[in-house]
Design a protein around this ligand. Structure first.
Ligand code: C2E
Ligand code: CA
Ligand code: CA
Ligand code: CA
Length: 276
């Protein structure tokens, strides 16, 4: 192709066009999948590494297309956020996870904690607290067994709104954890002001332990920070015994990761729990 100014411009917009088109197509497909109830949740167990006790699970969203292909949430969640679809999808996630928790309780798992991801877009929606409240009353789930995971980057966008909303969530009786902790560069003074219960060490720092198990690891610093602030700590993405043992030596005893279990469908979770 000729490299004139116009040509360069066209080349640029043509490529942009492809990307935008792809995103729009994906957005329509996602909306259709959601309306046709083709999204579903899987549950990844959370374990006390000291005794292997199951403490609960994190609910994770899945989308399997009609062609049988899984679209990863890292790809479709941003599109759901960008298009606003996340508000309805997130509400569905919340209700469905609460319903599953009620079901698990009826099976005798009465101490089970359910962790639910909440997107920043969903969280800052004016009707969020209302829909949260309604999910609780409709499903009759005891709020103390529900934990909302928010991301650290959210903590910086609108501090006033965040502090207020976190307070309201705590008033309802739910707990809050900061997901992917350590990746969002939020300041310590800020963290201290937030009414949160738990820090979730990002998988990247758990991964780093394997390569560099030194005393100065970021995972260890996060554990110490959490302890100083009186927060509990969970590590995500624990894949090896070595990582688990190192985390235990840091005094972090809650974990989630392939070493214990992959995210499981509802039925598989029940079977997995029953077999323990
Ligand atoms: P996340 O909240 O950090 O979730 C943890 C991710 O790590 C999950 O990926 C999980 O399957 C994966 N994982 C767990 N253990 C291991 C391990 O040992 N090794 C490795 N390599 N990976 C592990 P997933 O399910 O693909 O979700 C990706 C992200 O999508 C989530 O990251 C979360 O940010 C977002 N997401 C998923 N479900 C929801 C949802 O219902 N609502 C919102 N807002 N976001 C969601
Ligand atoms: Ca999460
Ligand atoms: Ca995470
Ligand atoms: Ca992560």
């Amino acid at each position: 192709a000729k490299m004139n100014r116009r040509g360069g411009y066209e080349y640029f917009t043509r490529n942009m066009g492809v990307e935008i088109r792809e995103r729009v197509l994906l957005m329509h497909a996602l909306r259709a999948a959601f309306e046709q109830k083709k999204l579903f949740l899987v549950f990844q167990p959370q374990i006390d590494m000291r005794d292997g006790r199951v403490l609960g699970a994190e609910a994770l969203l899945r989308w399997k297309t009609d062609e049988g292909k899984f679209i990863p949430p890292d790809k479709f969640i941003p599109i759901a956020e960008y298009s606003g679809l996340i508000v309805d999808i997130g509400e569905w996630v919340l209700r469905t996870a609460c319903m599953e928790l009620v079901h698990l309780r009826s099976l005798g798992y009465t101490n089970f904690q359910m962790a639910i991801n909440v997107s920043q877009v969903q969280f800052s929606h004016p009707l969020f607290m209302q829909s949260l409240n309604k999910a609780l009353t409709d499903t009759k789930v005891p709020p103390q067994f529900v934990e909302l995971e928010i991301t650290e980057s959210m903590a910086m966008k609108d501090p006033e709104l965040l502090i207020k909303t976190l307070h309201q969530i705590k008033q309802l009786g739910m707990s809050i954890s900061i997901d992917d902790f350590g990746t969002g560069f939020s300041s310590l003074s800020h963290l201290q002001k937030l009414d949160v219960d738990k820090l979730k060490i990002d998988r990247a720092f758990v991964n780093e332990i394997q390569k560099n198990p030194s005393e100065g690891s970021i995972a260890k610093m996060i554990v110490q920070l959490g302890q100083n602030l009186g927060l509990s700590i969970i590590a995500e993405g624990v894949e090896s015994e070595m990582q688990a043992n190192t985390l235990l030596s840091y005094d972090c005893h809650i974990a989630q990761g392939y070493l214990y279990s992959k995210p499981l469908t509802r039925d598989d979770l029940h079977a997995w729990l029953a077999s323990r």
